[in-house]
Design a protein around this ligand. Structure first.
Ligand code: PEP
Ligand code: MN
Length: 363
């Protein structure tokens, strides 16, 4: 089920002349000097419109730096006065909301560890109490679009219309170069379901290290995402949190200058694009047809196994099949990772079909 969101377009409350719209600032507020130097640095970059800093930091284990608390809000106020940038902080409970509002913070954001909890989101929404403040909602740690969307819908129903989704990647057990797997299909699906909801990409938390950031920024633009949130620190080596992924204001400026702003599918290109899209439609149809055929054969095998009392999972066969298919896929220019993911998904569905066959007519 998909409920409509009532969103005020970002352009109506945040004038952006130089694309992409960028939110920059340190992971955490540490000192007044760090906030001011960083804010003055990022304010020179025309794309930067919003200054971020966490003053209450959610840490995985106790004992680490947990933020400077309320005094950091005063530094943000000062940064706001001196740069003209809007300022944003993370809020995780009603007390944070009240303090942020008391200090004139312009935008709130809900972090990945809070958004999973509907009680917390409800309480934050209630503390905001109908004030017309923009809220950014990060995706939860786990790859769960429904929870992410649910939090946004909840706030929207409470009257908040200046909402932004922030894509910060997902925890994933597979080893990958990213700190949090981007799983672009999830924000793309969010865009498909809610085309009017702006999505900002946070390459810092996706990448976990600054070398991967430019590629991820470009990818975000190519996927027509609406902005970027990049952790920026005047001296990343000394940062108290997330130091590997923070960049200096100068580096941020450089990264932004190398981005290619591709044209949206305007008329000149739409014809060719349409052609290619219809080719994709046709191929997808064939793909679905072939998958359905494969499942029918799998069910036949299931029936055979049932009659002959053979177990469903034949591990040796499965591992040989996987190796063969990966080899074939690689020859066709597909990546090992992709084939494996595809096969696992097909296999899972096949096993379920066979379990259904086994259980049929047995009750
Ligand atoms: C942050 O933006 O500094 C942060 C804590 O992010 P997340 O909630 O995405 O982990
Ligand atoms: Mn961080």
């Amino acid at each position: 089920m998909n409920s409509t969101l009532h969103i005020i377009p970002i352009e109506q409350w945040l004038p952006v002349s130089t694309l992409p719209m960028v939110i920059a600032g340190p992971c955490s507020a540490e000192t007044e000097e760090q906030i001011m130097e960083t804010a003055l640095g990022v304010a020179m970059i025309p794309q930067v419109k919003i200054f971020r800093a966490g003053v209450w930091k959610p840490r995985t284990r106790p004992g680490a730096f947990e933020g400077v608390g309320t005094k950091g809000l005063k530094w943000l106020q000062k940064a706001r006065e001196q740069t003209g940038l809007l300022v944003t902080v993370e809020v995780a409970n009603p007390k944070h909301v009240h303090e942020a509002l008391d200090h004139g913070i312009d935008i709130l954001w809900i972090g990945a560890r809070t958004v999973v909890n509907p009680f917390a989101v409800q309480e934050i929404g209630e503390a905001i109490g109908g004030r017309d403040i923009p809220v950014m909602v990060k995706n939860p740690l786990n790859p769960d679009l429904k929870t992410w969307m649910g939090a946004i819908e909840r706030l929207n129903r409470m009257g908040l219309k200046k909402l932004i989704a922030v894509h910060r990647g997902f925890s994933f057990f597979n080893r990958s170069p990213y700190r949090n797997a981007p799983m672009w299909e999830i924000p793309i699906e969010l865009k498909r379901l809610h085309p009017n909801l702006p999505i900002v990409v946070d390459p810092s938390h996706i990448c976990g290290n600054k070398d991967l950031i430019p590629g991820t920024m470009q990818k975000a633009l190519d996927l027509e995402m609406n902005g970027l949130m990049v952790e920026t620190h005047f001296n990343p080596a000394k940062a108290l949190t997330d130091k590997n992924q923070q960049v200096t204001p100068a580096q941020l400026g450089e990264f932004l200058s190398t981005l290619i702003l591709r044209r949206e599918s305007d008329n000149e290109f739409s014809h060719k694009l349409e052609e290619l899209r219809s080719e994709i439609d046709k191929l997808d149809e064939e793909l679905i047809d072939i998958l359905a055929q494969r499942m029918r054969v799998v069910e036949e095998i299931g029936t055979y196994k049932k009659v002959n009392k053979i177990t469903i999972l034949q591990l040796k066969r499965w591992s040989q099949l996987t190796n063969d298919r990966i080899e074939a896929g690689i020859k066709m220019g597909l990546s090992r990772e992709f084939i494996l993911k595809l096969l696992e998904s097909v296999h899972e569905e096949g096993i379920q079909r066979q379990i259904d066959v086994m259980n049929r007519n047995e009750s």
